[in-house]
Design a protein around this ligand. Structure first.
Ligand SMILES: NC(=O)c1ccc[n+]([C@@H]2O[C@H](COP(=O)([O-])OP(=O)(O)OC[C@H]3O[C@@H](n4cnc5c(N)ncnc54)[C@H](OP(=O)(O)O)[C@@H]3O)[C@@H](O)[C@H]2O)c1
Length: 339
């Protein structure tokens, strides 16, 4: 055991997901920038035999190449392919969906909705930053864009669940969901601060996971998971630096604190374990909130099934009012592939 792990041991639990043979399975992992949780997730799932489709916002070829070369010395050929995807651009979400269906559309076993932003870890914005289509950027990325992608792919997930008995949607959320309240989900006049909206986007994603599980697990074997990856930020993933790329002061402070951060924060590989567990474990069950590869307790607000139902219905309307955003009718493609 290295010194870092030895020093961490009294304070931090670092469980690792157990290996599962994923040969033949198709998995999508969103947001696999270098050093991210998504990158480590994709690497493990490919290592365990899945065909893995990864997304980044730009230059996806570099991510695919990096992942493939990391697995080059294994005694099998890793199957990793990629496509660009910007969750804040409905057109991009639809383009990605069409590309996936045309190329790999006979099955989708797991959709890992990992991509997300928390843009101001070290301060609070009092004014929302908006996407080109006029939405608060964290809500748009972490919830609306992710829900749009999931709705597009649901027919294929259902088909896979029906024929193979197990399909999953794994949503990476955050413990910060507990700072948000259900009332704010439907109140467009709710007061703004950026931490609250990050929390709100993750609270919405937990409701979305639970409602998806209620709707599709019993009859179509599509389970909805959500999880908090633990604190894997700072020196390891990029989540803490978003929005501060050009600040010399923050850069200097982060360098100063890096040794302490390294000790207490998880590496991206450690942080990815719970999403790998939810994506693969035969023992794991949908409809729960996970932490450290085990079922954990989310906030009381996440237990309100009426809110989840209302949010599910409302979300389809929200998506359909975004420019170019009608939910793709992938059901047609799925039935064509069935012939
Ligand atoms: N790290 C933690 O401690 C922690 C804690 C709780 C929850 N989380 C959650 O874990 C997930 C992964 O975080 P991370 O720590 O790995 O962060 P990260 O290093 O910043 O990676 C996030 C990924 O999401 C992608 N992304 C951002 N905006 C996007 C958009 N509009 N469309 C498509 N992709 C987009 C990024 O793509 P680009 O590379 O193109 O920017 C990047 O690849 C996030 O959902 C985050 O909220 C992380």
């Amino acid at each position: 055991m290295n010194l870092r792990l030895l020093l961490r041991k009294p304070f931090v639990d670092d469980p690792f997901a157990k290996k599962v043979d994923l040969t033949g399975r198709h998995v999508i992992v969103t947001g696999v920038g270098p050093g991210s949780l998504g990158y480590e997730t994709a690497k493990t799932l490919a290592h365990w035999g899945a065909l893995v489709i990864v997304t980044t916002r730009r230059n996806t070829a570099a991510a695919v190449e990096a992942l493939t070369s990391e697995l080059a010395n294994e005694d099998f050929a890793a199957k990793i392919y990629g496509h660009e995807l910007d969750l804040c651009d409905a057109d991009s979400v639809n383009r990605f969906t069409r590309w996936y269906l045309e190329n790999y559309g006979d099955r989708l076993d797991v959709l890992v909705n990992n991509a997300g932003v928390h843009l101001d870890l070290m301060s609070k914005w009092k004014e929302p930053r908006l996407t080109q289509d006029g939405q608060e950027v964290q809500w748009r990325t972490n919830f609306l864009g992710t829900a749009h992608l999931t709705h597009n792919l649901l027919p294929l997930l259902q088909k896979t669940g029906d024929s193979h008995g197990d399909a999953r949607v794994v949503n990476v959320v955050s413990q910060i969901h507990s700072r948000a309240r259900n009332e704010a989900l439907f109140d467009s006049n709710t007061s703004y601060n950026s931490w609250k909206f990050y929390g709100l986007s993750k609270l919405a994603m937990i409701h979305f996971s639970h409602e998806l599980n209620r709707r599709f697990s019993e009859h179509n074997n599509v389970q909805g998971y959500c999880l908090h990856p633990g604190g894997a930020s700072g020196t390891y993933t990029e989540v803490a630096t978003r929005g501060f790329e050009n600040s010399p002061i923050i850069g200097f402070l982060r360098k100063l604190g890096a040794p302490i951060e390294r000790l207490f924060m998880s590496t991206a590989e450690e942080g990815a374990q719970t999403q790998v567990h939810c994506a693969t474990s035969p023992q794991a069950r949908g409809g729960h909130y996970y932490l450290n590869c085990a079922v954990s307790q989310a906030s009381a607000d996440t237990q309100d099934t009426q809110v989840a139902l209302r949010l599910w219905q409302q979300t389809q309307d929200w998506i359909n009012t975004l420019p170019n955003a009608t939910i793709e009718s992938t059901a047609n493609v799925v039935s064509l592939n069935n012939r």
